[in-house]
Design a protein around this ligand. Structure first.
Ligand code: IPM
Ligand code: MG
Length: 338
């Protein structure tokens, strides 16, 4: 049955990389007859604001709800006016609490940690990015770090499930010394959920120590569970260990709805130049296809990306190559069709 895919290109390089992933998805049905898609598009971010809308239009929310899967390019959050947001609201509004970011090294890509294979499970609906921030007079401002039992338990469950399916080791990062109440509650919930997963070793670490250990002993990590901001920062750090953000894909899921997106953001400095690396979005599309239950088709996309990277001929400037976004797209599709 044809699946309805909603594309949310957004800002900066978003449109270029989403176009690329769309072409890969369209090519998929030649090899996998059940992997057929019908595409729709909706606005989000600065692009939506410019069209006279809210950066997160109601019509976009409705379109997400009625789609089978959703692929987002990027939102230039920093360019949105104070007090507004698109991604943060999107995640809170639809309770998209689980941001899963698999990060691994690829043959043929120069990197600091050639064996690295880590998944960051980042809480994505509360914590430091709960959206509660205000000025206190003219000389102070305040951001509220919200941690709830329900929010902590549900993300812990996602992390334990994943850890149980992998190397049965879950690192949870915290800063208990500074956040005695919030991280105290978070850790209490994680330990409680962990009781149902006796086969998974729980490894609590201070966030600062974990940031260093990741560089010195990356092999100690498999699945990392983090609150919103710590997960945001660590996932970029780990991406840096495996050749940068150009290959980092992610899912942002709740119990009912969700979307898939590259981790890199809108990259306004290279927008419109046709040189953005589309691989992270193509890999995010593969995660989407996998989520739709089309496991073989999803694996084929991953294999095509892996082969193109290993061959080392076609790559964008972020990976020290000279190819364009379109060259990379074509190379992945050619590989997929073999
Ligand atoms: C990310 C980004 C976003 C986030 C920003 C743009 C709001 O950094 O997805 O990692 O922190 O969630
Ligand atoms: Mg980030």
């Amino acid at each position: 049955m044809t699946k309805k895919i909603l594309l949310l290109p957004g800002d900066g390089i978003g449109a270029e990389v989403v176009d690329s992933a769309k072409a890969v998805l369209q090519a998929l049905s030649t090899r996998f007859p059940d992997a057929t898609y019908e595409f729709q598009e909706a606005p989000i971010g600065v692009a939506a604001l410019k069209a006279g809308n809210d950066p997160l239009p109601e019509t976009t929310i409705e379109a997400v709800k009625s789609s089978d899967g959703c692929l987002l390019g990027a939102v230039d959050e920093a360019a949105l006016p104070k007090g507004t947001s698109a991604l943060g609201r999107f995640r809170r509004r639809l309770q998209l609490y689980a941001n899963v970011r698999p990060l691994r090294a690829y043959a043929g890509v120069a990197c600091l940690c050639p064996d690295l294979d880590i998944v960051v499970v980042r809480e994505n609906s509360e914590g430091m990015y709960s959206g509660t921030e205000y000025a206190v007079g003219t000389d102070a401002a305040c951001a509220v770090r919200i941690i709830t039992r329900e929010g902590s338990r549900r993300i812990a469950k996602v992390a334990f499930e994943l850890a149980a399916s992998r190397r049965k080791r879950l690192t949870v990062v915290h800063k208990l010394g500074a956040f005695k109440m919030t991280d105290g509650l978070f850790l209490e919930c994680v330990r409680e959920v962990g009781k149902s997963y006796p086969g998974v070793a729980l490894d609590p670490r201070n966030i600062d120590a974990a940031a260093m250990d990741l560089i010195q002993h990356p092999g100690q990590f498999d699945v990392i569970l983090a609150t919103n901001m710590f997960g945001d920062i660590l996932s970029d750090e780990i991406a840096g260990l495996v050749g940068g953000l150009g290959l980092a894909a992610s899912s942002v899921l709740g119990d009912k709805y969700g979307y898939f997106e590259p981790v890199h953001g809108s990259a306004p400095d290279i927008a419109g130049k046709g040189i953005a690396n589309p691989m992270a979005t193509i890999l995010s599309a593969a995660m989407l296809v996998d989520h739709l239950g089309q496991k073989k088709a999803a694996a084929a996309i991953g294999e095509a990306v892996t082969s193109v990277l290993a061959a080392g001929k076609v790559r964008t400037p972020d990976l020290k190559g000279k190819s364009s976004t379109q060259d990379v797209t074509r190379a992945v599709i050619d590989q997929l069709m073999r």
